[in-house]
Write a protein that binds this ligand. Structure first.
Ligand SMILES: [Zn+2]
Length: 170
């Protein structure tokens, strides 16, 4: 429980004032908030308690923004594809050019599968790298019968170093 109700309930201007100490779950800083005495509502709330600084940082996290970014990409593309399916040849041609120029750059990446174990459970590394053998992403995949899980491998870890080694020698 990150929200602590202070032991003191002050009487001020003949109103009951309850002070709540909120401990930020991210940085651990304390802040005091004066709330109306409906303390029960706060105690049962499951929301995360973050200080204003941390809540701003979290909101800017890529993992919090990526869904919105993809939604806007899809809606931009939807507009162009609608024109691309138009009956008018001129509109179609314009949409074709728009699509062809939509990507700011096109880069070839190769994905190599390094099989670690085969036959229930199966495991392998999927190593994605560019032309200069610079690794962009390593995914560890673990499969047992009809169950499957995958995690991104952290750069600098032993599995990442092994992937670099194999890309160099393969
Ligand atoms: Zn904080």
């Amino acid at each position: 429980m990150s929200t602590q109700i202070s032991s003191e309930t002050l009487e001020q201007n003949s109103e009951r004032i309850v002070t709540v100490v909120i401990i930020c779950e991210r940085c651990g800083s304390n802040s005091k908030e004066i709330v109306l005495p409906n303390v029960e509502r706060i105690l049962v709330s499951n929301e995360r308690h973050l200080c204003p600084v941390c809540s701003q940082i979290e909101a800017r996290n890529c993992s919090n923004r990526i869904e919105g970014e993809l939604t806007s990409l899809n809606s931009n593309l939807k507009e162009i594809f609608e024109k691309y399916e138009s009956d008018s040849g001129a509109i179609r041609d314009a949409a074709f050019d728009e699509l062809a120029e939509y990507a700011a750059g096109v880069e070839m990446l190769k994905t190599v599968k390094l099989v670690l174990s085969g036959g229930n459970p199966d495991s392998w590394l999927e190593v994605t790298h560019n032309d200069e053998n610079i690794i962009q992403k390593v995914v560890f995949v673990f499969e047992d019968w009809f169950d499957r899980a995958e995690v991104k491998v952290q750069p600098g870890s032993q599995a990442w170093k092994f992937a670099e080694f194999m890309i160099e020698v393969a």
